[in-house]
Design a protein around this ligand. Structure first.
Ligand SMILES: [Zn+2]
Ligand SMILES: [Zn+2]
Length: 349
């Protein structure tokens, strides 16, 4: 089977972007395209023929070494495919031909204090798909059957792929905001996650105002088309203060700005693995009056299942830009250069 692998950490070379890590190789093609044998499913695993795999910003982080993985690895943790066969030893949840998905949460221990209290996303032995376990930038992959989901029948594979990470992690962030009807929600940054979450909010709440903050006019235009009540640059003032906010950006100043715009008792959830610039906070300006800030790490299986169910029920549309497996390097470059409208997805077979 064909696969795109990360063999060693390197900086992705994108025209127009300066080199940030002079100690690393600087490559336009950081992924190596190889031929390798189709993996055998172990006990409790299923073999999946990959139809589509989403390209996530975390994949850029993996290639550039900001997320540490077991190398070499096949990246890709938004996998949609068909079950080919299952390994022995355990009652199987799926049969041949079932349309299924695999997300970032590849395996957890099921026993630690996090797993037994509904926080398996923080498990001591969390194994991530496309990082600790091979992922979906390939034609076939294996996954633990307990960590595989049914894809709703009305969503096609390419459009389902972004639901598995961009959608599911965004949905977790949304749940952590404790949003209620009558509130105003601010979304900072409008990429793969936010464009799904805006639609989810529109479907599951009757009375929430959504303000979208983005530096990109193209992204603001998409936000208005998907039902944002107001859009602007992060430095613009929205019509009213925010009760809840989600920060999807890697920019530290945006976090401070979001906190500044929060009303008393407001909650900010940070849906980003790391900030590229520092967050400078002033207690009175950014936190006083019981404002809360919290982060999101990974996802639970429940987050993925709930988001897939919402997406199936309400026909949540994902906007995608597709690439072939051979164009995986181009997809990473476009993502790094913020040239994607919606989500990047590899269409594999
Ligand atoms: Zn992801
Ligand atoms: Zn655990």
């Amino acid at each position: 089977m064909r696969a795109a692998i990360v063999r060693e950490i390197s900086e992705i070379k994108v025209e127009g972007l300066p080199r940030r890590y002079p100690h690393l190789p600087w490559r336009e093609e950081p992924l190596e395209l190889v031929d390798m044998p189709i993996p055998e499913p172990a006990s409790g695993q299923v073999l999946i023929e990959v139809l589509a795999c989403g390209v996530c910003y975390t994949d850029v982080d993996i290639v550039e070494g900001r997320v540490r993985c077991k190398l070499p690895v096949i990246p890709g943790h938004q996998i949609v495919g068909r079950v080919v066969t299952s390994g022995s030893g355990k009652l199987q949840r799926f049969s041949e031909g079932d349309l299924v998905g695999v997300a970032w949460i590849g395996k957890t221990c099921g026993r630690c204090r996090f797993c037994v209290t509904g926080m398996e996303n923080l498990c001591d032995e969390f194994q991530a798909t496309g990082c600790d376990i091979n992922g979906g930038y390939t034609e076939y992959t294996v996954a633990y059957s307990d960590f595989v989901y049914r894809i709703p029948k009305n969503v096609d594979p390419v459009h389902a792929a972004p639901l598995l990470c961009a959608g599911a992690v965004g949905y977790r962030a949304l749940k952590l905001t404790d949003l209620r009807n009558g509130m105003r929600l601010g979304l900072f940054g409008f990429g793969a996650s936010a464009h799904i979450i805006l639609q989810v909010v529109r479907k599951i709440y009757e009375d929430v105002e959504v303000y979208v903050f983005s530096r990109s006019e193209e992204h603001r235009e998409l936000a208005r088309a998907l039902g944002a009540d107001w859009t602007g640059h992060p430095n613009d003032d929205p019509p009213r203060r925010l009760d809840r906010a989600i920060d999807f950006t890697p920019v530290g100043e945006v976090t401070a700005r979001a906190l500044e715009l929060l009303d008393r008792g407001g909650i900010l959830v940070m849906n980003v693995i790391r900030k590229q610039t520092p967050i400078n906070l002033d207690y009175e300006k950014h936190l006083w009056s019981e404002r809360v800030v919290r982060s999101v790490a990974n996802v639970t299986r429940r987050d993925v299942e709930e988001l897939l169910s919402v997406a199936g029920r309400y026909n949540i549309e994902t906007h995608v830009q597709t690439y072939s497996l051979e164009e995986a390097n181009k997809a990473l470059r476009d993502l790094k250069a913020a040239r994607i409208r919606g989500s990047a997805v590899l269409r594999i077979s």
